[in-house]
Ligand binder design. Structure first.
Ligand SMILES: NC(=O)c1ccc[n+]([C@@H]2O[C@H](COP(=O)([O-])OP(=O)(O)OC[C@H]3O[C@@H](n4cnc5c(N)ncnc54)[C@H](OP(=O)(O)O)[C@@H]3O)[C@@H](O)[C@H]2O)c1
Length: 240
């Protein structure tokens, strides 16, 4: 499969890192030349070209543009009927994109996260999942969504990541004041939280296993619940 990338920014560069190891021929657009040149230096199967050359050289074209820049960048390009387009952008919608890239087909809206560069990172997909699963499914869990409304809800809910990281960092700062090596303390907490979440079957079971009566986990959780942490989370998500 010949792959093209228009808009080689932060997320598209991570996407390229995540699939280049499989040896597909990948052509990336020249803009953000530090990133595109670095990818071409790192992977012999990655080449840099202008936008139309990227389209011409590809069976599948990924769009990694900022939504506001997409229309003006895409309208200058000529796509072919046999091509498939996968958008990494949270907008425009798939049907809007279909008009923009005609006669090519806009097959999927894929929302990756930066961890896709190394694998083990969840990918949200609206539309046809086959290309995304073929390219990334062996190394990353793919979540197929049913509607644009579901995609919006997932995009809002994933914002729990930042407060979660803030809590781990806060606990790391607290730990760092009690121990000699603060960095090692934070590394311990990151490994503990990450591995506990991924190894448990779900959050309900994990919470049960952390609910030893009078134990540290139960006491801290009850303290924070009594301060309204869940109400704050729900209010914050509803306001997004
Ligand atoms: N960052 C994330 O974690 C993440 C996750 C999922 C989805 N997304 C979505 O992915 C999209 C890109 O986000 P990002 O964070 O990667 O932004 P970004 O780093 O700013 O990337 C945008 C890229 O588009 C390039 N560009 C702008 N106009 C262009 C044109 N006419 N032709 C070719 N390239 C052009 C920019 O190049 P210059 O630098 O030269 O202007 C830049 O490399 C957004 O729609 C975002 O919502 C992001």
């Amino acid at each position: 499969m010949r792959i093209g990338i228009i808009g080689t920014g932060t997320i598209a560069a991570a996407v390229v890192e995540g699939m280049a190891v499989d040896g597909h021929p990948i052509t990336v657009s020249r803009r953000s030349d530090t990133k595109s040149a670095a990818l071409a230096r790192k992977f012999s199967n990655v080449t840099v070209a202008d936008n139309q050359e990227v389209v011409d050289a590809s069976d599948v074209v990924f769009l990694g543009l900022i939504a506001e820049q997409a229309a003006s960048a895409i309208e200058k390009l000529k796509f072919r009927q046999d091509q498939k387009v996968v958008s990494l952008m949270s907008g425009p919608s798939l049907s809007e994109l279909e008009d923009m890239v005609a006669p090519a087909s806009a097959v999927a809206n894929m929302i990756p996260f930066p961890g896709i560069a190394v694998g083990g990172s969840p990918i949200l997909v609206l539309g046809d999942t086959s290309i995304v699963t073929d390219l990334f499914g062996a190394r990353n869990p793919v979540f197929h969504l049913n509607s644009a409304a579901e995609l919006s809800a997932y995009l809002a809910a994933q914002a729990v990541l930042s407060p979660t990281v803030l809590m781990v960092r806060g606990a790391g700062d607290w730990l760092g004041q009690q121990v000699q090596d603060a960095e090692r303390g934070e590394a311990f907490l990151r490994a503990l939280v990450g591995s506990s979440l991924t190894s448990a079957p779900d959050c309900r079971h994990l919470l049960q296993s952390l609910d030893t009566p009078g134990g540290y986990n139960q006491r801290l959780r009850k303290h924070m619940e009594s301060q309204g942490i869940l109400e704050q989370l729900n209010d914050g998500l509803s306001d997004l």
